[in-house]
Design a protein around this ligand. Structure first.
Ligand SMILES: [Ca+2]
Ligand SMILES: [Ca+2]
Ligand SMILES: [Ca+2]
Ligand SMILES: [Ca+2]
Length: 298
Protein backbone atom coordinates (compact mmCIF):
# COMPACT_ATOMS: atom_id res chain seq x y z
CA UNK A 1 0.00 0.00 0.00
CA UNK A 2 2.82 2.39 0.83
CA UNK A 3 4.69 1.56 -2.37
CA UNK A 4 2.19 3.07 -4.82
CA UNK A 5 2.33 6.74 -3.85
CA UNK A 6 6.09 6.51 -3.49
CA UNK A 7 6.56 5.12 -7.01
CA UNK A 8 4.04 7.56 -8.38
CA UNK A 9 6.17 10.32 -6.96
CA UNK A 10 9.26 8.92 -8.68
CA UNK A 11 7.52 8.65 -12.05
CA UNK A 12 6.23 12.20 -11.67
CA UNK A 13 9.78 13.31 -10.90
CA UNK A 14 11.08 11.56 -14.02
CA UNK A 15 8.36 13.09 -16.17
CA UNK A 16 9.11 16.53 -14.78
CA UNK A 17 12.79 16.27 -15.63
CA UNK A 18 12.13 14.57 -18.96
CA UNK A 19 9.90 17.33 -20.23
CA UNK A 20 11.25 19.34 -23.11
CA UNK A 21 9.91 20.99 -26.22
CA UNK A 22 10.45 18.54 -29.08
CA UNK A 23 10.33 20.25 -32.43
CA UNK A 24 11.65 19.53 -35.89
CA UNK A 25 15.00 20.67 -37.20
CA UNK A 26 15.76 22.58 -40.33
CA UNK A 27 17.95 21.38 -43.15
CA UNK A 28 19.77 22.99 -46.02
CA UNK A 29 22.97 23.86 -44.15
CA UNK A 30 25.98 24.26 -46.47
CA UNK A 31 29.43 23.98 -44.89
CA UNK A 32 30.77 27.03 -46.67
CA UNK A 33 31.71 29.58 -44.01
CA UNK A 34 28.54 31.60 -44.53
CA UNK A 35 25.90 31.81 -41.79
CA UNK A 36 23.17 32.93 -44.20
CA UNK A 37 21.61 29.46 -44.09
CA UNK A 38 21.11 29.64 -40.30
CA UNK A 39 18.22 31.30 -38.47
CA UNK A 40 17.81 35.02 -39.16
CA UNK A 41 18.03 36.33 -35.58
CA UNK A 42 16.25 39.63 -34.97
CA UNK A 43 14.27 39.51 -38.21
CA UNK A 44 10.60 40.37 -37.55
CA UNK A 45 9.20 37.90 -35.01
CA UNK A 46 12.48 35.99 -34.86
CA UNK A 47 14.02 36.70 -31.46
CA UNK A 48 17.32 38.47 -31.08
CA UNK A 49 20.31 36.50 -29.85
CA UNK A 50 19.81 35.35 -26.26
CA UNK A 51 21.60 37.21 -23.48
CA UNK A 52 25.15 36.32 -22.50
CA UNK A 53 25.78 32.76 -21.35
CA UNK A 54 22.26 31.56 -22.10
CA UNK A 55 20.61 29.53 -24.84
CA UNK A 56 17.33 29.44 -26.73
CA UNK A 57 15.58 27.10 -29.14
CA UNK A 58 14.27 28.61 -32.37
CA UNK A 59 11.33 26.60 -33.69
CA UNK A 60 8.34 26.78 -36.01
CA UNK A 61 6.65 29.31 -33.74
CA UNK A 62 9.35 31.78 -34.81
CA UNK A 63 8.05 32.27 -38.32
CA UNK A 64 10.46 35.03 -39.35
CA UNK A 65 13.61 33.08 -38.54
CA UNK A 66 13.69 31.53 -42.01
CA UNK A 67 14.61 28.15 -40.66
CA UNK A 68 15.42 26.60 -44.03
CA UNK A 69 13.85 24.22 -46.47
CA UNK A 70 12.70 21.71 -43.86
CA UNK A 71 11.67 24.38 -41.34
CA UNK A 72 12.41 23.29 -37.84
CA UNK A 73 14.61 23.82 -34.84
CA UNK A 74 17.88 25.53 -34.15
CA UNK A 75 19.62 25.87 -30.81
CA UNK A 76 21.36 29.21 -30.22
CA UNK A 77 23.78 29.92 -27.39
CA UNK A 78 25.30 33.35 -26.79
CA UNK A 79 28.69 33.21 -25.15
CA UNK A 80 30.02 36.18 -23.21
CA UNK A 81 32.35 38.49 -25.12
CA UNK A 82 35.97 38.69 -23.99
CA UNK A 83 35.82 35.86 -21.44
CA UNK A 84 38.48 33.73 -23.14
CA UNK A 85 41.73 32.81 -21.45
CA UNK A 86 44.75 34.62 -22.85
CA UNK A 87 47.45 31.92 -22.46
CA UNK A 88 47.48 31.63 -26.26
CA UNK A 89 46.70 34.26 -28.87
CA UNK A 90 46.67 36.84 -26.10
CA UNK A 91 43.66 39.10 -26.01
CA UNK A 92 42.77 38.55 -29.67
CA UNK A 93 39.30 37.25 -30.39
CA UNK A 94 40.52 34.07 -32.10
CA UNK A 95 39.66 31.85 -29.14
CA UNK A 96 36.73 33.89 -27.79
CA UNK A 97 33.57 31.92 -28.54
CA UNK A 98 30.65 34.31 -28.97
CA UNK A 99 27.94 32.07 -30.41
CA UNK A 100 27.14 28.39 -30.80
CA UNK A 101 24.32 27.07 -32.97
CA UNK A 102 23.25 23.48 -33.52
CA UNK A 103 20.75 22.00 -35.91
CA UNK A 104 20.37 18.88 -38.00
CA UNK A 105 18.48 16.89 -40.56
CA UNK A 106 17.92 13.18 -41.05
CA UNK A 107 21.56 12.62 -42.01
CA UNK A 108 23.79 15.13 -40.22
CA UNK A 109 24.28 17.29 -37.20
CA UNK A 110 25.47 20.82 -37.96
CA UNK A 111 27.39 23.20 -35.73
CA UNK A 112 28.11 26.91 -36.13
CA UNK A 113 30.72 28.42 -33.83
CA UNK A 114 31.52 32.13 -33.96
CA UNK A 115 34.54 33.81 -32.43
CA UNK A 116 34.65 37.52 -31.70
CA UNK A 117 37.47 37.92 -34.26
CA UNK A 118 39.21 35.22 -36.28
CA UNK A 119 42.49 36.51 -37.70
CA UNK A 120 43.91 33.01 -38.25
CA UNK A 121 41.94 29.81 -38.88
CA UNK A 122 44.90 27.81 -37.57
CA UNK A 123 44.18 29.17 -34.09
CA UNK A 124 41.01 27.26 -33.22
CA UNK A 125 40.60 23.71 -31.97
CA UNK A 126 36.85 23.02 -31.68
CA UNK A 127 35.56 20.11 -29.58
CA UNK A 128 31.95 19.04 -29.00
CA UNK A 129 31.54 16.11 -26.60
CA UNK A 130 28.42 13.94 -26.71
CA UNK A 131 27.27 11.59 -23.96
CA UNK A 132 24.88 9.00 -25.41
CA UNK A 133 25.13 6.05 -23.02
CA UNK A 134 26.08 5.09 -19.49
CA UNK A 135 29.86 4.89 -19.12
CA UNK A 136 32.37 6.38 -21.53
CA UNK A 137 35.46 8.53 -21.10
CA UNK A 138 35.51 11.69 -19.04
CA UNK A 139 38.76 13.25 -20.28
CA UNK A 140 38.57 15.19 -23.53
CA UNK A 141 40.91 13.81 -26.26
CA UNK A 142 44.14 15.22 -27.69
CA UNK A 143 45.55 15.69 -24.18
CA UNK A 144 43.21 18.64 -23.56
CA UNK A 145 43.62 18.23 -19.79
CA UNK A 146 39.90 18.83 -19.36
CA UNK A 147 37.49 16.53 -17.56
CA UNK A 148 33.72 16.25 -17.98
CA UNK A 149 31.12 15.33 -15.36
CA UNK A 150 30.00 12.41 -17.53
CA UNK A 151 31.62 9.92 -19.89
CA UNK A 152 31.41 10.75 -23.57
CA UNK A 153 30.88 8.28 -26.41
CA UNK A 154 31.91 10.76 -29.13
CA UNK A 155 33.82 14.02 -29.38
CA UNK A 156 33.44 15.97 -32.61
CA UNK A 157 36.72 17.77 -33.39
CA UNK A 158 37.48 20.34 -36.07
CA UNK A 159 40.60 22.35 -36.86
CA UNK A 160 42.67 23.06 -39.96
CA UNK A 161 44.43 19.72 -39.54
CA UNK A 162 41.49 17.35 -39.08
CA UNK A 163 37.70 17.07 -38.96
CA UNK A 164 35.90 14.07 -37.54
CA UNK A 165 35.24 12.40 -34.23
CA UNK A 166 36.85 10.55 -31.36
CA UNK A 167 35.27 7.49 -29.82
CA UNK A 168 35.69 6.83 -26.12
CA UNK A 169 38.72 4.59 -26.76
CA UNK A 170 40.62 7.66 -28.05
CA UNK A 171 40.38 6.53 -31.68
CA UNK A 172 39.98 9.35 -34.18
CA UNK A 173 38.05 8.87 -37.43
CA UNK A 174 37.94 11.51 -40.16
CA UNK A 175 34.33 12.31 -41.03
CA UNK A 176 32.00 15.10 -42.08
CA UNK A 177 33.23 18.52 -43.11
CA UNK A 178 34.28 21.84 -41.66
CA UNK A 179 34.91 25.33 -43.01
CA UNK A 180 36.49 28.31 -41.29
CA UNK A 181 35.88 31.83 -42.53
CA UNK A 182 38.18 34.45 -41.04
CA UNK A 183 36.15 37.11 -42.87
CA UNK A 184 32.93 35.99 -41.15
CA UNK A 185 34.64 34.96 -37.88
CA UNK A 186 33.05 31.52 -37.80
CA UNK A 187 33.37 27.77 -38.26
CA UNK A 188 30.70 25.51 -39.70
CA UNK A 189 30.94 21.77 -39.02
CA UNK A 190 28.84 18.81 -40.15
CA UNK A 191 29.09 15.22 -38.92
CA UNK A 192 26.95 12.28 -40.11
CA UNK A 193 24.49 11.27 -37.41
CA UNK A 194 25.30 7.59 -38.02
CA UNK A 195 28.97 8.24 -37.14
CA UNK A 196 27.90 9.68 -33.82
CA UNK A 197 26.05 6.47 -32.91
CA UNK A 198 22.98 8.38 -31.80
CA UNK A 199 19.65 6.58 -31.60
CA UNK A 200 16.94 8.06 -33.78
CA UNK A 201 14.39 8.83 -32.48
CA UNK A 202 15.29 9.69 -28.90
CA UNK A 203 13.59 11.95 -26.43
CA UNK A 204 14.77 15.51 -26.03
CA UNK A 205 17.14 15.48 -23.11
CA UNK A 206 18.54 12.03 -23.79
CA UNK A 207 22.02 13.23 -24.76
CA UNK A 208 24.44 15.53 -22.96
CA UNK A 209 26.57 17.99 -24.94
CA UNK A 210 29.61 20.01 -23.84
CA UNK A 211 31.58 22.45 -26.00
CA UNK A 212 35.18 23.65 -25.76
CA UNK A 213 37.51 25.83 -27.82
CA UNK A 214 41.21 25.22 -27.29
CA UNK A 215 44.25 26.63 -29.04
CA UNK A 216 45.23 24.51 -32.07
CA UNK A 217 48.86 23.38 -31.91
CA UNK A 218 49.11 23.29 -35.70
CA UNK A 219 49.27 19.48 -35.79
CA UNK A 220 45.66 18.65 -35.00
CA UNK A 221 46.03 18.76 -31.23
CA UNK A 222 45.69 21.26 -28.41
CA UNK A 223 48.21 23.76 -27.05
CA UNK A 224 49.15 23.14 -23.45
CA UNK A 225 47.72 25.68 -21.01
CA UNK A 226 48.16 24.28 -17.54
CA UNK A 227 45.41 22.59 -15.54
CA UNK A 228 43.03 22.73 -18.52
CA UNK A 229 43.75 23.54 -22.17
CA UNK A 230 40.24 24.99 -22.66
CA UNK A 231 40.42 28.65 -23.72
CA UNK A 232 36.66 29.20 -23.89
CA UNK A 233 33.73 26.90 -23.16
CA UNK A 234 29.94 26.88 -23.11
CA UNK A 235 29.13 27.51 -19.48
CA UNK A 236 26.95 29.66 -17.27
CA UNK A 237 29.88 30.34 -14.96
CA UNK A 238 30.42 34.10 -15.06
CA UNK A 239 33.65 35.91 -15.81
CA UNK A 240 36.81 34.52 -17.38
CA UNK A 241 36.73 30.92 -18.63
CA UNK A 242 39.38 30.15 -16.00
CA UNK A 243 36.61 30.39 -13.39
CA UNK A 244 35.05 27.27 -14.95
CA UNK A 245 38.07 25.20 -15.92
CA UNK A 246 40.68 25.99 -13.24
CA UNK A 247 39.49 22.85 -11.45
CA UNK A 248 40.28 20.83 -14.58
CA UNK A 249 36.59 20.11 -15.21
CA UNK A 250 34.11 21.61 -17.64
CA UNK A 251 31.03 21.08 -15.50
CA UNK A 252 28.42 22.72 -17.70
CA UNK A 253 26.47 20.77 -20.30
CA UNK A 254 23.16 20.92 -22.13
CA UNK A 255 20.86 18.26 -23.54
CA UNK A 256 19.22 17.37 -26.85
CA UNK A 257 17.24 14.57 -28.47
CA UNK A 258 16.04 13.48 -31.90
CA UNK A 259 12.61 12.98 -33.43
CA UNK A 260 11.87 10.35 -36.10
CA UNK A 261 12.55 12.82 -38.90
CA UNK A 262 14.88 15.44 -37.51
CA UNK A 263 16.83 16.73 -34.58
CA UNK A 264 14.88 17.88 -31.57
CA UNK A 265 16.52 20.25 -29.19
CA UNK A 266 15.65 20.73 -25.59
CA UNK A 267 16.12 23.91 -23.67
CA UNK A 268 19.29 24.44 -21.77
CA UNK A 269 19.20 22.17 -18.76
CA UNK A 270 21.29 21.89 -15.67
CA UNK A 271 22.33 18.59 -14.20
CA UNK A 272 21.21 16.03 -13.07
CA UNK A 273 21.24 14.30 -16.40
CA UNK A 274 18.68 11.79 -17.59
CA UNK A 275 21.22 9.03 -16.98
CA UNK A 276 21.66 10.11 -13.39
CA UNK A 277 17.92 10.26 -12.84
CA UNK A 278 17.44 6.74 -14.15
CA UNK A 279 20.16 5.47 -11.84
CA UNK A 280 18.45 7.21 -8.91
CA UNK A 281 15.00 5.96 -9.94
CA UNK A 282 16.25 2.37 -10.31
CA UNK A 283 17.91 2.51 -6.90
CA UNK A 284 14.76 3.89 -5.29
CA UNK A 285 12.61 1.26 -7.00
CA UNK A 286 14.87 -1.56 -5.75
CA UNK A 287 14.76 -0.06 -2.26
CA UNK A 288 10.96 0.14 -2.38
CA UNK A 289 10.68 -3.48 -3.55
CA UNK A 290 13.08 -4.64 -0.83
CA UNK A 291 11.06 -2.76 1.80
CA UNK A 292 7.84 -4.34 0.57
CA UNK A 293 9.49 -7.76 0.64
CA UNK A 294 10.55 -7.23 4.24
CA UNK A 295 7.04 -6.04 5.21
CA UNK A 296 5.49 -9.15 3.65
CA UNK A 297 7.91 -11.41 5.49
CA UNK A 298 7.29 -9.52 8.74
CA1 LIG B 1 26.61 27.92 -44.38
CA1 LIG C 1 33.38 34.01 -25.13
CA1 LIG D 1 28.52 8.15 -21.58
CA1 LIG E 1 34.77 23.55 -13.42
Amino acid sequence: MRKIPFLSFMFALLLAFGQASPTAAHGGIAIDGSASDWGNLGNGSCPSAPSDNSGQVLDLSHTDCGLGANAGTEYVWTDALGDQRTDHWGGTGNLDLTQLRITGDANNLYFLLRSSDITNCNAQYMAIAIDSAVGGTTFLPDSADTNLPWGYERVVVANTNKTGYFTNDSTFTAAGASFCSDANNLWEISIPRADLGLAWPANAGDYNFAVMIACHNGAGGTCNAGTSDAMDVVTTVAGNTWNEVSDGTLNHSFTMGFSPTAVTLSQQQATPTTHTLWVIATAVLLLALATQHRLRRG
